[in-house]
Design a protein. Structure first.
Length: 386
């Protein structure tokens, strides 16, 4: 039975989905991102609405004449008018339509980058619990070895039953720790599935290391704010025109005794500054977007400096702890051999074991913190925009 279980676990490990593949599938299938991408298509249609021409007007009229001294007669009139944009209005509308489409694309990029960022951070929690689970199993194996040695020495009469019970208690505590970590691992696993939008269980390889991208892009929030500014400026430019349309008309009228031709133009007169409020609103929105962009840029610069300093400090701690670990592993091996021949007592051996496990846990947490640091930097640098 144990052999079959081992084979099943090995098969599961072989078919575990890599994090890159899991993330790619989550991005492709995310209803949230699909909904966000529809806004790009919507903005394209809205741009067509904004830039389209108004339809012409055709008027047809029949007249019936009844003069006093002549016979009755018929006449008719045909009139055609076409609204025409004034000079520059078409370009202003095109610019606004393009700016709104670009803003929708920036909104989608922001949504996608944020999605990848959050899923990546949640994955590190899942990876952390898996690494701690592996360490707990290693701790259990050490506790089992120490307990086995203690039993042998107790049977040989070289230690008391109290010492053996102490080793047994340590073993039980290691088993309890595994159960507790198993629960945490499952919680982080299902949270990862839920946040990614995955509707069914899938095996995910927990062994993945995030690296800092060397090529920087554009921060997604800054990209969004910059396009908000462009949209606001384009709106202000369009609203700077009080009059957008004029109408050109042509008319032919047939009367019993004459033909009449007319050509005319109808031009609105903006005596009352009908778009003054719209202009001010658009200008204030552009100013607001500019201030928000400057503020976001300042915060981004400081945050990246902090993260780069933190990454260096973590790398230094990692190097120091790796050196410490090497010495602790050698010391534990010596203490185990010494305990077998009664040169080392149980407390000293367990203390060496505890320090070794503590150092390994610190290294695990440093690794996860470095991963999270890289994730945040990649997000802030715009590496998740594509």
């Amino acid at each position: 039975m144990k052999k079959l279980l081992t084979i099943a676990l090995l098969s599961s490990a072989l078919y575990a989905e890599s994090y890159e593949h899991f993330l790619q599938r989550a991005v492709e299938q995310s209803p949230l991102l699909k909904a966000s991408s529809l806004r790009i298509e919507q903005s394209t249609y809205k741009g067509d609405v904004l830039t389209r021409y108004e339809n012409p007007n055709l008027e047809l009229e029949a007249s019936y004449f009844t003069p006093d001294d002549t016979d009755n007669d018929m006449g008719y009139r045909a009139s055609y008018s076409q609204p025409i944009r004034l000079w520059g209005i078409g370009d202003a509308k095109e610019n606004l339509a393009d700016a709104q489409i670009a803003l929708s694309k920036a909104d989608y990029i922001q949504a996608k980058a944020t999605f990848v960022y959050k899923i990546s951070l949640q994955y590190t929690s899942y990876a952390l619990n898996n690494l701690l689970m592996t360490l707990a199993k290693e701790e259990l194996a050490l506790a089992s070895t120490i307990y086995a040695i203690s039993k042998e020495r107790y049977d040989a009469g070289t230690i008391s039953r109290g010492v053996t019970l102490q080793a047994q208690v340590d073993l039980k505590m290691s088993e309890a720790r595994i159960q507790s970590l198993a629960l945490k691992r499952q919680r982080s696993y299902y949270t990862l599935l839920k946040d990614s939008g995955t509707s069914k269980e899938v095996l995910i390889d927990p062994d993945y290391t995030f690296t800092l991208e060397t090529v920087e892009g554009t921060n997604p929030q800054l990209l969004q704010l910059e396009n908000q500014l462009k949209s606001a400026l384009a709106d202000a430019e369009l609203n700077s025109n009080d009059v957008e349309w004029m109408a050109i008309s042509a008319e032919y009228e047939k009367e019993p005794d004459q033909d009449i031709y007319r050509i005319g133009a109808s031009i609105p007169l903006a005596f009352f500054k009908t778009k003054e409020q719209e202009q001010q609103i658009a200008k204030l929105e552009a100013k607001r977007s500019e201030m928000l962009t400057d503020n976001a840029q300042s915060k981004l610069t400081i945050e990246l400096q902090r993260l780069r300093y933190e990454a260096k400090a973590l790398a230094n701690l990692q190097s120091i702890d790796e050196d410490v670990l090497s010495g602790e592993q050698e010391l534990l091996a010596m203490y185990q051999d010494g305990y077998k021949i009664a040169n080392i007592n149980l407390l000293a051996l367990q203390d060496a074991k505890a320090r070794l496990i503590e150092t390994k846990e610190r290294l695990i947490r440093i690794k996860i913190e470095l991963d999270r640091n890289a994730i945040v930097q990649n997000y802030l640098q715009g590496n998740y925009n594509d």
